[in-house]
Design a protein around this ligand. Structure first.
Ligand code: FAD
Length: 489
């Protein structure tokens, strides 16, 4: 991604000695970090590309403490960067280098407050790690469908603030679709209690949606009521070598009815992405000995338990794959017969971000377009990028059922980050112009953060930007809440 053309203007009121004492008094010694070594993981992004500044890292243990910390910052005009698991890929959780305020980490607010299996809901604090919440739901024979590669460390507050996507969007929707209610600390320290577990509530503006996807610029999510679903009881996963991305769309289109509307995930991967994972992620094994450019990870799941003598998901999927082989869309396929085989398939898919970090400098564009246009975008986009840098190495993949492509490239062999950066501006413009001309979005699920600050103002209309700025200024007139992210004011 191109770095923004210039750093935005952000408040730089420092954390004074007096304020440090006051913050310590609110959150206690274990909730306050000010030494450089201790702050380091909180001011560095997951990719290791951005390093920011902070006067202190503050880790409150309750909504009341968050509110007091924010109220204090508000009174002194000190800026706040909210942070969850710090796995975001756009730099939203990383302070700018000029930031002299605090990073407010939600990690200590990690309690599950209530699970209501009858009402299919769960009330949680924002610092709960996503995987812990999935496991909690599962213990109650319920299912929390949000699932992504960083689930072992990302936190639900961060997931909601980025409106995260992941591998189950096709069936259950993005993070915002999984929420019934929220509690939020506003930039002046007031607490908005919208922690309602209601499926129907048409009482004016639906305020919770303001905060989801806002990347911490409008307030701090402290609690959420999440929707749950029946736990899947019969799951079948397959790895398919396919003819091309057009075949992927045809396969998905037929899979909906063949599975009786039980398609859970449909992930497109290129051979280059798979090879990169196999090189860098220990223990992963190629599920198929095919050598074709394109693959699909297809999962069907049903909440109905499999009964003896009846056809389950795996038999249905097997029959479907046989039909697709005959139609020439699938070239080879493997169905997972053990949990280990299924885990291996998922580990390959979810290991791509980690593998690309190990491989070296690269560029990745998280774009979306109407799903029927994905093959066309891949063809035209790849050509446009290769025209700019012929030796760049594409490794596209994506949540194809959501029209979401991670249009990704490794730099040419031996090219360092600094040299690759010289091509970023031109490549980014080419990719984003193309996706926009096709009616798509420059950010499908990762958000804007720091990385796409300039891109948002380039591609969103004046009217849209004006509405966003009006909302931001109304809620945060001092611009202390995650300043310099998402919007340039
Ligand atoms: P952070 O990175 O800490 O923060 C993200 C943003 O939210 C920041 O702007 C921050 O200020 C704000 N924020 C955090 N907590 C709060 C809060 N409580 N209140 C207000 N603002 C807050 N993303 C996807 O959408 N789909 C994927 O499939 C996916 N796969 C990934 C795989 C890997 C290996 C990695 C490293 C990342 C992946 N991501 C994916 C990106 C990332 O995991 C998600 O954006 C995730 O939702 C971020 O959660 P977090 O707790 O780490 O948030």
């Amino acid at each position: 991604m191109p770095a923004p053309s210039s750093a935005p203007i952000i408040p730089t009121t420092p954390v004074t000695a007096e304020m440090r004492d006051a913050l310590r008094a609110i959150v206690g010694e274990k909730g306050f970090i000010e030494d450089e070594h201790g702050k380091q993981p909180f001011v560095t992004d997951w990719r290791g590309l951005l390093v920011g500044g902070a006067g202190a890292v503050v880790r409150p243990g309750s909504t009341e403490e968050v509110s007091k910390v924010v109220r204090l910052c508000h009174a002194h005009g000190v800026a706040i960067v909210p942070q969850g698991g710090n796995t975001g890929l756009m730099g939203g959780a990383t302070p700018w280098p000029a930031h002299t305020g605090i990073v407010l980490s939600l990690g200590r607010m990690n309690r599950v407050l209530d699970v209501d299996p009858v009402g299919y809901s769960m009330t949680v604090e924002a610092g709960c790690v996503l995987q812990t919440l999935q496991e909690t739901a599962s213990k109650h024979d319920r299912f929390l469908p949000l699932s992504l590669g960083a689930q072992g460390s990302c936190m639900i507050g961060g997931n909601l603030s980025t409106n995260a996507g992941g591998v189950q969007v096709l069936r259950y929707g993005n993070a915002r679709n999984l929420v019934l209610g929220l509690e939020v600390v506003l930039p002046n320290g007031d607490v908005w209690d919208g922690l309602r577990a209601l499926k129907k509530d048409n009482t004016g503006y639906d305020l919770k949606h303001l905060f989801m996807g806002a990347e911490g610029t409008l307030g701090i999510i402290t609690k959420a009521v999440l929707k749950l679903w029946p736990a899947p009881k019969d799951v079948s996963t397959a790895w398919l070598a396919i003819r091309d991305p057009r075949a992927a769309l045809e396969i998905l289109s037929e899979a909906h009815s063949a599975s009786e509307d039980n398609v859970g995930s449909c992930e497109l991967m290129s051979r280059a992405a798979i090879d990169m994972v196999l090189r860098h992620i220990p223990g992963t094994q190629d599920p198929l000995k095919a050598d074709t450019p394109w693959y699909l990870l297809l999962e069907w799941s049903s909440a109905r338990p499999r009964r003896d003598g009846t056809e389950g998901m795996s038999e249905k999927l097997e029959q479907f794959l046989a039909d697709q082989l005959e139609a020439g869309r699938v070239l080879d396929a493997a169905i997972a017969h053990t949990v280990g085989q299924s885990r291996n398939m998922w580990r390959i898919r979810e290991g791509v971000a980690e593998a690309s970090r190990a491989e070296g400098p690269g560029l990745s564009y998280d774009v979306s377009v109407a799903i029927s246009r994905i093959p066309d975008f891949i063809d035209k986009g790849t050509k446009a990028v290769i025209d700019i840098l012929p030796t760049i190495r594409p490794y596209p993949l994506g949540h194809i059922g959501d029209g979401n492509l991670h249009f990704s490239f490794m730099g040419p062999v031996g090219m360092d980050q600094q040299t690759l950066t010289q091509y970023k501006g031109a490549i980014t413009r080419a990719v984003n112009d193309l996706i926009t001309s096709m009616g798509g979005s420059i950010s499908a699920e990762h958000g804007i953060g720091i990385d796409k600050l300039d891109e948002l103002s380039h591609y969103r209309s004046k009217t849209e930007l004006d509405i966003m700025r009006t909302i931001k200024r109304a809620l945060d007139p001092q611009n202390i809440m995650n300043p310099g992210k998402v919007l340039r004011l």
